[in-house]
Every structure is written in structure tokens, then in C-alpha cells.
Design a protein around this ligand. Structure first.
Ligand code: ADP
Length: 174
């Protein structure tokens, strides 16, 4: 499933965020301390090796909506952009903070002249953000941010489960 906006293609795909070798950057659904963890952060830190945590630790803690960048270490990607999503029901307003994540990550990527970036569904795991609402906020933000970027050609959303994949596909269709 693909859609092109102002020369940038948005792709919705299924898979593991830590196995996207054709992307220059991947985004981590990080924790505030930028440490190894569960879900996306666990998969990324496992694949990157201990050097990632070592590089990230001094940059933490970060606030909900904030994004920071590191190297990819043993990952096939040059960069990892770490975003702290809002905890649903706690960090408010959730929709603004989630939009901040996607916008800040994209703008940071463009500053580094990154042409391809893959995102997981930030905040929709342990942080409890309903998938359909998160997909709408994320895609709206990506679509609105893209025209202001210079280098970005591909944005891929990588979904783990089949159901999540269908929800995001439908959201992009709308
Ligand atoms: P958060 O703490 O921001 O909610 P999680 O890592 O718990 O982040 O989950 C975010 C989303 O990523 C969830 O929908 C989860 O199913 C999905 N997910 C978990 N592991 C992976 C992975 N290896 N690759 C892509 N998506 C993943």
C-alpha cells in the first residue's frame, strides 16, 4: 500500500522495524531514559548491540513528543531516531504529543539529509494508544510535514500484526 505526496512516498508494510535494511533511518518507540526495553525498543537494541545504549544514555531523559538521533551501530541502518510517545490517558494532549513525535522525527531526519525512514506505530503497544486514532494522527502529521522537507523520498510505517496493518492501510486510503 503506497501513496505519494509532494515527491515523497508513504508506504504501509508488515514486518519487524529492526529488519528494514533498505532504510537509511529507523525510528525507535523509545522510553524516556533511551534504554533497552520491551517491544520496539527491545527489538532495536537487540539488533543494534550494546553500543546503541551507550551512545543514547547521555541524551536522556527525553520528554513526550521529543526526538533525538543516534547511529545505527550493528543495525543495517545508518541512523536511529528515538521518539518518546505519549502514554495514553496520562501524557496530554495525547494527539498533539503523538503528532510532535512524527513531525520532530521527520524534521530531524531531513536535517541529516536522510532520504528514507521507517516508523513503528509509536505509543500503540505498552503505552496504550488506540491503533485507529494513532494511525489517523500519524498519517495526518506525516502528510502535513512532507511538503516542508527537502531530502525525504520514502516514509515507511512498519506494522507488526495483521490487524494493525489493515487498520493503517484503511487510514491511508481515507
Ligand atoms: P510504545 O511503548 O510506544 O507503546 P511498543 O514498543 O510497546 O511502544 O509498541 C509499539 C507498537 O509496535 C505496537 O503496536 C507493537 O505491536 C509494535 N511492535 C512491537 N515490536 C515490534 C517490532 N519488532 N517491529 C515493529 N513493530 C513492533
Amino acid at each position: 500500500m503506497k501513496k505519494t505526496i509532494a515527491n515523497t512516498t508513504i508506504e504501509i508494510g508488515r514486518g519487524d522495524i529492526a529488519s528494514q535494511p533498505d532504510m537509511q533511518a529507523i525510528v525507535n518507540a523509545a522510553n524516556a531514559q533511551l534504554l533497552n526495553g520491551g517491544g520496539v525498543a527491545g527489538a532495536i537494541h537487540r539488533a543494534a548491540g550494546p553500543g546503541l545504549e551507550k551512545e543514547c544514555k547521555p541524551m536522556g531523559p527525553i520528554q513526550p513528543g521529543e526526538a533525538v538521533i543516534s547511529g545505527g551501530h550493528n543495525l543495517p541502518n545508518k541512523y536511529v531516531i528515538h521518539c518518546l510517545g505519549p502514554v495514553y490517558g496520562k501524557d496530554k494532549p495525547e494527539d498533539k504529543l503523538l503528532a510532535d513525535c512524527y513531525r520532530n522525527a521527520l524534521q530531524l531526519a531531513d536535517k541529516k539529509e536522510i532520504e528514507s525512514i521507517a516508523f513503528p506505530a509509536i505509543s500503540t503497544g505498552i503505552f496504550g494508544y488506540p491503533t485507529k486514532d494513532a494511525a489517523r494522527v500519524a498519517l495526518e502529521t506525516i502528510i502535513n510535514t512532507i511538503p516542508g522537507l527537502k531530502y525525504l523520498k520514502t516514509v515507511r510505517i512498519v506494522l507488526f500484526g495483521r490487524e494493525d496493518f489493515e487498520i493503517w492501510k484503511n487510514a491511508l486510503d481515507e
